[in-house]
Design a protein around this ligand. Structure first.
Ligand code: PLP
Length: 395
């Protein structure tokens, strides 16, 4: 019998009033019986089982919740072509960071006009390639990047990435990208001076964001930047509210409908000639997949129990190192005790979790089933130390 091995601790509120936001809205999830069925075909190496019907359901739910917001999937979350094809069928657009992602989409017949280049730092060679392939929209968050893009493609349509609050996000991004809205004047002035088509604003509230308020504040800042753009003679035509929509693991989350209430209200006075889009990554693919791996061996070190899996930090199980806590199932029923979980490589950073509760009778050969792991698992995996990449099996 499968047991749920994660200990449920009472969560401290991450921000004011957060308890009111969390409902018990049933989130879709891949049926565990499908995992059992998949294992009947054998097991050679770690795999991600993905149900594209769930990807479809999530895309429809996102669109239904925010009818004015066109989703552009963040390819990095799971670039499997079968996942991408499903999203194409659902009329979802895309957001990319590299030309490999661009080629993947063009190969699947996506029009370059539906692909937004949302990486704030792009090499000149990548810009030249994307421009030649017909990509129209490019993000920037510095005067230097503005000049670089315009020098390659003078008629590029540009959007500026501003900082947004990351309160209550599991992956705060503030600092790496995004200019303060108070510092945006230099970019606007330079765009006007260069006669560049700076036409949009974007922000990213941080991944797995559990605080809808961040979108409200981000949109408010964007409106302020729009006003500054108009004063400088520019014509705002794009509001891109980024990614960050959360999925259910062990912490409570606000539903997409709850986030939509905030977003729909905040965009109600955005003029109709402004295209409103979003860049969901995790939200569209995470619930669709179970990640399955296996215990290579166990050991006791300084009185602590250690378990080594055939997929660790380099094999797809990396978000745990940033604090994400998955719902993990095993076939054992023993008393839960704290375990350290490591990957199969010889690198000392290859430790996924410390003091995580698993049954005390876990053994070599046991299967590990990680729920809602369709995003940021296989996409991160490498061949480091000679271990194989996990496969993606699609149902
Ligand atoms: C990664 C990324 C996203 C997607 O983030 P999620 O948290 O997976 O929704 C969206 N936009 C940009 C620019 C990104 O880098």
């Amino acid at each position: 019998m499968a047991v749920r091995s994660v200990a449920f601790k009472k969560q401290q509120p991450a921000f004011e009033n957060d308890q009111q936001l969390f409902d018990t809205h049933p989130e879709v999830r891949l049926d565990f019986d499908r995992v059992r069925e998949a294992l009947k075909e054998g097991y050679a190496k770690p795999f991600l089982l993905v149900d594209t019907n769930i990807v479809r359901t999530k895309a429809r739910r996102f669109k239904a919740a925010m009818p004015r917001v066109q989703p552009h999937y963040a390819v990095k979350a799971n670039p499997d072509p079968r996942v991408l094809k499903t999203l194409i069928e659902e009329g979802v657009g895309f957001e990319i960071a590299s030309i490999a992602e661009l080629d993947l989409l063009l190969g699947l017949g996506v029009s370059a006009a539906e692909i937004y280049y949302s990486n704030p730092m792009k090499s000149r060679a990548y810009l030249e390639y994307a421009a030649a392939k017909g990509v129209e929209w490019y993000v920037l968050d510095s005067v230097e990047e503005l000049r670089k893009i315009v020098s390659v493609k003078p008629d590029a349509k540009l959007y500026v990435r501003i900082e947004a609050p990351n309160v209550g996000s599991d992956w705060p991004l503030a600092g790496k990208f995004g200019i303060k809205s108070s510092e945006v004047d230099g970019i606007i002035a330079e765009a006007a001076h260069l006669d560049a088509d700076l036409a949009g604003v974007t922000f990213h509230v941080g991944s797995q964001c559990r605080n809808p308020e961040n979108w409200r504040v981000g949109i408010q800042h964007a409106k302020r930047v729009f006003r500054k753009m108009r004063l400088a003679g520019l014509t705002p035509r794009l509001l891109n509210i980024g990614g960050g929509y959360p999925v259910r693991h062990v912490k409570p989350i606000p539903s997409i409908e709850r986030i939509a209430e905030v977003v729909n209200h905040a965009i109600r006075d955005i003029p109709q000639n402004v295209r409103v889009m979003a860049e969901p990554g995790r939200f569209l693919v995470s619930d669709a997949g179970y990640f399955v791996c296996r215990v290579v061996g166990t050991a006791t070190r300084s009185g602590k129990r250690w378990m080594y899996w055939d997929a660790g930090v380099f094999g797809g199980v990396i978000e745990t190192t940033e604090g994400l806590r998955y719902d993990i199932i095993t076939d054992r029923t023993g008393k839960p005790i704290p375990w350290c979980i490591a990957g199969p490589t010889c690198d000392s950073v290859d430790v996924c979790m410390r003091d995580e509760m698993f049954p005390e009778d876990m053994q070599e050969g046991d299967f590990i089933y990680i729920a809602n792991a369709g995003a940021y698992t296989t996409a991160y995996a490498s061949n480091f130390n000679g271990f194989p990449l996990p496969e993606v099996r699609v149902i």
